[in-house]
Design a protein around this ligand. Structure first.
Ligand code: HDE
Length: 688
C-alpha cells in the first residue's frame, strides 16, 4: 500500500472504483481525495482554487437554521390516523367521512422553554403537534399536553416567553421556570395561575411522550356540509395510560440521559411497540356556551369532561421513526392556520394571534415562502395554484399562464371550486375598535381550585412541592409572597403547604380577585394522572441488575414474565462485557451500572450470586441504584445475595413494594408492577 492510499493515521482509506458509490461534490463532480486540501507542496499554503474544500466548508458553515423561538427542543415521528367513527353530521372535513380510512400524519413532541440542546426532563409544558396530510389539504393540530394556557391574549406571548427563557443579561437559567423573572411575570398576571397548577403538577414531568395526553386547547368549530357549526375541543388520550416521574427522579434523569424522551420514543417504535392515542372531541353548541360558567373563547379555561363528555372518533398510531432528523423534525413547519374545509377557527384572541405568528416564524426559520415545497411540509394530495418563484422554488406552475382569471381554457390550469373549497363559517361580527379584555375573561382562580381538588393526596403534595421548589429559587421575597397571595385565592391547604415549605410565617394579604372565584365547582377525575394510569406494565422498562453467577432460572423467569407483560427488560451489569449466569449462559449488557442508574427504569430487580454479594454492597453506584429506586417508590425484586446491598442503601424496610423473587413468583412481581409505583412508601417516607 502506498502512502497515497493511506489515511493520515496510516489506516487504509475507504476508496472505490464503483461509479455509483463515488463521492461527488454538490455539483456531481467525482472527488478523488476527501482527506487533504489542495496545497502548494506538502507543507505549503492552501490554494484558493480548491473548489472541493471550499464547497464542503461553505456548506458546513451554513448547516444551522434558526431554532424555534419556543418549542426548540422536539422530536418528530411519522404515523397515521384511522377514523373509527364518521361525523358527517358535524363536519364536512374529508378526514372525518370514511370509517377505517387511514390518513398519514407527522407528530412532533417538544418542550417549550429550553433551547434545542436542552434536556428532556425539564419541568415544562410539552408540545403535541400533529400534521394530518388529508386528501383535502394539510390540517395542523398544534396542541400541548396541558389543556389550558398561561395567557388570554396573544399580545402577551412575547412577554411570557421572555420571562421564562434565560435572562437577557446573563444568558441563564435555561430550560426552567424556577427563577425570579418567570414568577415575577406570573405573579403580575393572575390569568396565568390556573396553568401554573398544571405546570407544578406531575403533568410537567411526563415519564415519556407516550404516556401523556394532548389537547388542542382552543375552542374550534366543526362545520358540516350544510354550513351548520358546532364548537369543538380536541383531545388526545394515550392508550398507554398516563404516567409521570417524580421530581427528584427528573433531576437525575437529566444527568443520566438528557435524551430520555426522544430515546424512549425511538426505542419503542424501533421495537415495533407503536404508541397510540385516541382522538376525542368535546362538541357543544351556542346554548351550552352561553350557559357555561366561563367564556369558551378564554384559553385559560377547560370544559370538564363530566360536563361535555369526550367522544372518541379515531386513533393515531405512531409507527415510523424519521429517516433524517433535520429534514423532517427540524424542517417541519406547523401552522395553526393550516385548517381544512369542515374545521374553522373561533374568535379566541390567543388563537387569532397564533394564526399570524406561525407563518411568520416559518419564514424566518426556513428562509423563504417555499417551505411548503419541503417534502415534510408538502401536502400528499394534488395541489395547484399560481404561486411562483421565491427562494428555493422547487416547482413553478407549468406552461404560459400564471394568473387568474385567464382565458387559456382547458389546458389544465387550476380553477376555484365552490363545492369543496374552504369556506369560513359566516359568523356575524360587529363592534367598536378597542383594546379591552372581555369581562367574561375575568375569573382567574375557580378552575385552578377545581384542578387542585380533583387530584389525589399524593398529587396535591407534589403540586405544593413544585411551587415550593420553584419559589425557593426566586431570590426576591416580594415575588414569592405575591405568588402566595394568589394561591390563597385558589385553596387554603395549597397556600398553607407552600408557605410552610418556604418558611413564610406571616401570610400576605390574598390578591384582590378581578371576579369573586366560584368555590363549589365539583372535582373532575379526568384531571388527575393517578386516576387515569394504566392497568398494565406494557411499554415500561425493568432494569435487571445481574452479576456473574446469578441464578439463571430466576433471570429467565423474570425475562419471560416481563415479556409476557409487553414490557422491555434492560440488563445492567458491573462491566459492559456482560455476565455469565449460573448455568453458563451469558447475557449481554445494555448498561454498565454507573451508566444505567435506576432512574431510567420503571422497576428494578437485583439478581446476584453469593460471591458478588459483599463486594456489590459496598459499591457506591449500586447503592445509588437501589436507594433511588426505593426513594422514587419503585417496585424492587431481589434475591438473597442482594440483601446486604438493600441494607447498605437504606432500602431494607420490607414494604409492599419489595419482593424476594424466585422462578415461581416472577410473574407475580410483573403483575405487581402494573401499579407502576408503590405510593404508600412516599406517604411513609415523607409524611409520617
Ligand atoms: Fe405556539 N408557537 N404560540 N403555542 N406552539 C410556536 O411556531 C405562539 C401556543 C405550540 O413542534 C412557534 O414553529 C403564539 C399555545 C407547539 O414545531 C411560534 C402563541 C399552544 C409548537 C408560536 C402560542 C402552542 C409551537 C415557534 C400565543 C398550545 C411547536 C416555532 C398566542 C395550543 C410546533 C414555530 C412544532 C410553536 C407562537 C401559544 C403550541 C413562535 C404567538 C396556546 C406545540 O410561531
Amino acid at each position: 500500500m502506498t502512502d497515497e492510499t493511506r489515511g493520515k493515521g496510516g489506516e487504509p482509506r475507504q476508496q472505490t472504483t464503483d461509479r455509483d458509490r463515488t463521492m461527488t461534490t454538490a455539483q456531481g463532480g467525482p472527488i478523488s481525495d476527501d482527506q487533504n486540501s489542495l496545497t502548494a507542496g506538502p507543507r505549503g499554503p492552501v490554494l484558493m482554487e480548491d473548489h472541493v474544500f471550499r464547497e464542503k466548508m461553505f456548506h458546513f458553515d451554513h448547516e444551522r437554521i434558526p431554532e424555534r423561538v419556543v418549542h426548540a427542543r422536539g422530536y418528530g415521528v411519522h404515523g397515521h390516523f384511522e377514523l373509527k367513527e364518521a361525523i358527517p353530521e358535524l363536519s364536512a372535513a374529508d378526514i372525518f367521512q370514511r370509517v377505517g380510512e387511514k390518513t398519514p400524519t407527522f407528530t412532533r413532541f417538544s418542550t417549550v422553554a429550553g433551547n434545542k440542546g436542552s434536556f428532556d426532563l425539564a419541568r415544562d409544558v410539552r408540545g403535541f403537534a400533529t400534521k394530518f396530510y388529508t386528501k383535502e389539504g394539510n390540517w395542523d393540530l398544534v396542541g400541548n399536553n396541558i389543556p389550558v394556557f398561561f395567557i388570554q391574549d396573544a399580545m402577551k406571548f412575547p412577554d411570557l416567553v421572555h420571562s421564562v427563557k434565560a435572562a437577557p443579561d446573563r444568558g441563564f437559567p435555561q430550560a426552567q421556570s424556577a427563577h425570579d423573572n418567570f414568577w415575577d411575570f406570573i405573579s403580575l398576571s393572575p390569568e396565568a395561575i390556573h396553568m401554573t397548577l398544571w405546570q407544578m403538577s406531575d403533568r410537567a414531568i411526563p415519564r415519556s411522550f407516550r404516556f401523556m395526553e394532548g389537547f388542542g386547547v382552543h375552542t374550534f368549530r366543526l362545520v358540516n356540509a350544510e354550513g351548520k357549526s358546532h364548537y369543538v375541543k380536541f383531545h388526545w388520550k394515550p392508550k398507554q395510560g398516563l404516567q409521570s416521574v417524580v421530581w427528584n427522579e427528573a433531576l437525575k434523569i437529566n444527568g443520566a440521559d438528557p435524551d430520555f424522551h426522544r430515546r424512549d420514543m425511538w426505542d419503542a417504535i424501533d421495537a415495533g411497540d407503536f404508541p397510540q392515542w385516541d382522538l376525542g372531541i368535546q362538541v357543544f353548541d351556542d346554548e351550552f356556551a352561553d350557559n357555561f360558567e366561563f367564556d369558551i373563547l378564554d384559553a385559560t379555561k377547560l370544559i370538564p369532561e363530566e360536563q361535555v363528555p369526550v367522544r372518541i372518533i379515531g386513533t393515531l398510531t405512531l409507527d415510523a421513526n424519521v429517516d433524517n432528523f433535520f429534514a423532517e423534525t427540524e424542517q417541519v413547519a406547523f401552522c395553526t392556520q393550516n385548517i381544512v374545509r369542515g374545521i374553522d377557527h373561533t374568535n379566541d384572541p390567543l388563537l387569532q394571534g397564533r394564526n399570524f405568528s406561525y407563518l411568520d416564524t416559518q419564514l424566518k426559520r426556513l428562509g423563504g415562502p417555499n417551505f411548503t415545497h419541503i417534502p415534510i411540509n408538502a401536502p400528499k394530495c394534488p395541489f395547484h395554484n399560481f404561486q411562483q418563484d421565491g427562494h428555493m422554488a422547487m416547482h413553478n406552475p407549468k406552461g404560459r399562464v400564471n394568473y387568474e382569471p385567464n382565458s387559456w381554457g382547458e389546458d389544465g390550469n387550476p380553477r376555484e371550486n365552490p363545492e369543496i373549497g374552504f369556506k369560513s363559517y359566516p359568523e356575524e361580527v360587529s363592534g367598536t375598535k378597542q383594546r379591552v379584555r372581555s369581562e367574561t375573561f375575568a375569573d382567574h382562580y375557580s378552575q385552578a381550585r377545581q384542578f387542585y381538588i380533583s387530584q389525589t393526596k399524593i398529587e396535591q403534595q407534589h403540586i405544593a412541592a413544585g411551587y415550593t421548589f420553584e419559589l425557593s429559587k426566586c431570590q426576591e421575597e416580594p415575588i414569592r409572597l405575591r405568588v402566595l397571595s394568589h394561591l390563597m385565592n385558589v385553596h387554603d391547604d395549597l397556600a398553607k403547604q407552600v408557605a410552610e415549605g418556604l418558611g413564610v410565617t406571616q401570610m400576605p394579604e390574598p390578591a384582590t380577585p378581578a371576579r369573586e372565584p366560584i368555590t363549589d365547582l365539583p372535582p373532575s377525575d379526568a384531571l388527575s394522572i393517578l386516576k387515569n394510569g394504566p392497568d398494565s406494565f406494557a411499554g415500561r422498562k425493568l432494569g435487571l441488575y445481574l452479576t456473574d453467577g446469578a441464578e439463571a432460572a430466576v433471570v429467565e423467569a423474570l425475562e419471560k414474565a416481563f415479556a409476557d407483560e409487553g414490557a422491555m427488560v434492560a440488563i445492567v451489569t458491573p462491566h459492559i462485557q456482560g455476565v455469565t449466569l449460573s448455568d453458563g449462559s451469558t447475557r449481554a449488557a445494555d448498561e454498565k451500572i454507573d451508566g444505567g442508574p435506576s432512574v431510567v427504569f420503571d422497576a428494578v430487580a437485583l439478581v446476584f450470586s453469593d460471591d458478588a454479594s459483599g463486594k456489590i454492597a459496598k459499591n457506591k453506584p449500586s447503592q445509588d441504584f437501589v436507594s433511588d429506586a426505593y426513594a422514587h417508590n419503585k417496585f424492587i425484586a431481589w434475591t438473597k445475595a442482594a440483601e446486604p446491598l438493600l441494607k447498605a442503601a437504606g432500602a431494607d424496610d420490607m414494604d409492599g413494594g419489595m419482593m424476594e423473587v424466585s422462578p415461581d413468583n416472577a410473574t407475580d412481581f410483573a403483575k405487581t408492577c402494573r401499579k407502576l409505583r408503590f405510593w404508600e412508601r412516599e406517604e411513609k417516607l415523607n409524611w409520617e
